[in-house]
Design a protein around this ligand. Structure first.
Ligand SMILES: [Mn+2]
Length: 491
């Protein structure tokens, strides 16, 4: 044995990692319990004979000795120890044990209990890998517990408001052109309503535009109704989700009485009125707020709901690159094991139909670019969802900051606009050009649907398209302050 290199023997016999807990005490036992179930070997070093006996009775390997004695440490198979937890309540003894260990195995991984800041500093100077100040750790856990208790209290309040609104269904109205964050969060609210025996429906106005968002709704089989199917008299309760003011970017009239408002957008100085309000502008996604509610209420989350919520958080935080807080990351970590990853990847890479591809082709071919504004008329379409995709895609063109794509279905002219120019509000352009009844949307993304009946008297569809094009172009340049005359001179 003497002639063999000891390291080689260790490599041969060693099967699982060996952890040592030096100076067991209450904390040592607690750490051992935390490690229970992991595939490791564990050895205790305990000075107190009766404590050692108790540990042995519990089935642990125990060496009896004082951890501040070099003899105790050197009697251990130190070279074989991967991690040493030095946890006695005696700071000096911990420091000595650390020094002994380092002499015997300089690269041993050590975690030590510190008694105070001075003891922490000295342990660190002696090369400890990690220290724990129990009072500080306990304080952190207490603060976390308080935060969780506050979320649970809020979640109970929400349940109470839903339950107390009397008989009937809850209408969950999401903002116009709802995105995955709004839809998934509304689904979570639906589950919370269900947990107190209240039925609900999710209602939206506008478009569910992107191919990804369409895939999201289809693949997860999401039940969401359009405004046309909304009959307010069927509902006795009203929740506004991801939107805070009735009539502002949602289908409600401005005087609607809302019971519940949940949002993560700042509302400025506007007064929000509701029985229950949870607006957290610092959070990256509404789906995060709802995930904490579900988690604290202990409501079972289906894989569809988990997938929807995680997708909502990822889209809103742009894959955690934008506005992602610790809460968003925790919610994502909580949801990940519940997610259907196959569906998630299908949502993220939806297949493009041949018609969409054709429309993209027409949009590219027929584009008219004036300065940084691109307008394209793609003619007849069956799948109007291809229009926002084309509008998005052409926004990538060099020098282009605003795109407007037109298409014609059987009886309606559809427009889709996108802008990354801060001076242009395409939602306003659409509203001003066609009125609230036909046009709407956000500053960066908007659309309009004009029934051909509006242009009655003109039979030829191409003439109609030309008229619409002129109206939009005129309005667009009016809004952005470009003289059309100048533009025409240039052409
Ligand atoms: Mn959002």
């Amino acid at each position: 044995m003497d002639i063999l290199d000891r390291e080689d023997i260790i490599k041969e016999v060693k099967s699982k990692p060996l952890y040592a807990i030096l100076g067991s005490g209450g904390m040592g036992v607690a750490v051992a319990k935390e490690l229970d179930g992991q595939d490791i070997s564990l050895i205790f070093v305990e000075m107190d004979a009766s404590k050692a006996e108790t540990l042995k009775e519990q089935g642990f390997d125990v060496e009896i000795g004082d951890i501040s004695d070099y003899a105790t440490i050197s009697a251990l198979d130190v070279l074989n120890i991967d991690v040493a937890f030095i946890l006695s309540s005696d700071g000096e003894a911990n420091l000595k044990a650390l020094n002994h260990l380092k002499i015997l195995k300089p690269d041993i991984y050590t975690v030590s209990r510190a008694i105070d800041q001075n003891s922490k500093d000295r342990l660190e100077a002696a090369g400890v890998d990690s220290t724990v100040l129990p009072t500080r750790a306990a304080a952190r856990i207490i603060v976390q517990a308080v935060e969780r208790a506050a979320t649970l209290k809020k979640a109970h309040e929400l349940q109470k408001v839903i339950k107390e609104m009397g008989q009937g269904k809850l209408a969950i109205v999401v903002h116009n052109n709802p995105d995955p964050d709004a839809i998934s969060g509304a689904m979570a609210l639906k589950e919370i309503a269900k947990s107190v025996g209240v039925e609900s429906e999710i209602i939206y106005n506008g478009l569910i535009g992107h191919q990804e968002n369409k895939a999201f709704v289809n693949l997860l089989d999401i039940d969401i109704a359009r405004v046309e199917e909304y009959n307010p008299s069927q509902f006795s309760k009203l929740a506004l989700f991801e939107s805070a003011i009735p009539g502002t970017n949602n289908l409600l009239p401005p005087d609607a009485h809302v019971n519940i408002v949940i949002d993560h957008h700042p509302v400025g100085t506007t007064e929000v009125k509701a029985d229950f309000i949870d607006i957290q502008p610092e959070i990256g996604a509404s789906a995060t707020i709802m995930t904490s509610y579900l988690k604290e209420l202990g409501i079972k989350i289906s894989s569809e709901l988990a997938t929807a919520l995680l997708y909502g958080i990822r889209v809103d935080t742009q894959e955690f690159k934008k506005n992602a807080t610790q809460s968003d990351l925790s919610a994502a970590a909580f949801l990940t094991p519940l997610v259907d990853h196959e569906i998630l990847s299908q949502i993220e890479t939806p297949s493009m139909s041949t018609e969409t591809l054709d429309i993209m082709g027409h949009a590219i071919k027929n584009r008219q670019v004036t300065g940084s504004y691109l307008i394209s008329n793609v003619g007849s379409v069956r799948d109007r969802d291809a229009l926002p995709q084309a509008a998005d895609y052409l926004l990538n063109l060099e020098g282009v900051t605003t795109t407007i794509i037109f298409g014609l279905t059987e009886d309606t002219i559809h427009l889709s606009g996108r802008s990354k120019d801060v001076r242009v509000n395409v939602g306003e352009v659409m509203r001003e050009a066609f009125g609230e009844a036909y046009g709407g949307g956000h500053a960066t993304s908007a659309g309009a649907q004009i029934p051909l009946g509006v242009f009655s008297g003109t039979k030829d569809k191409h003439t109609l398209m030309k008229l619409v094009e002129e109206a939009v172009v005129k309005k667009l340049f009016e809004v952005i302050g470009v003289e059309i005359e100048d533009k025409e001179k240039e052409e």
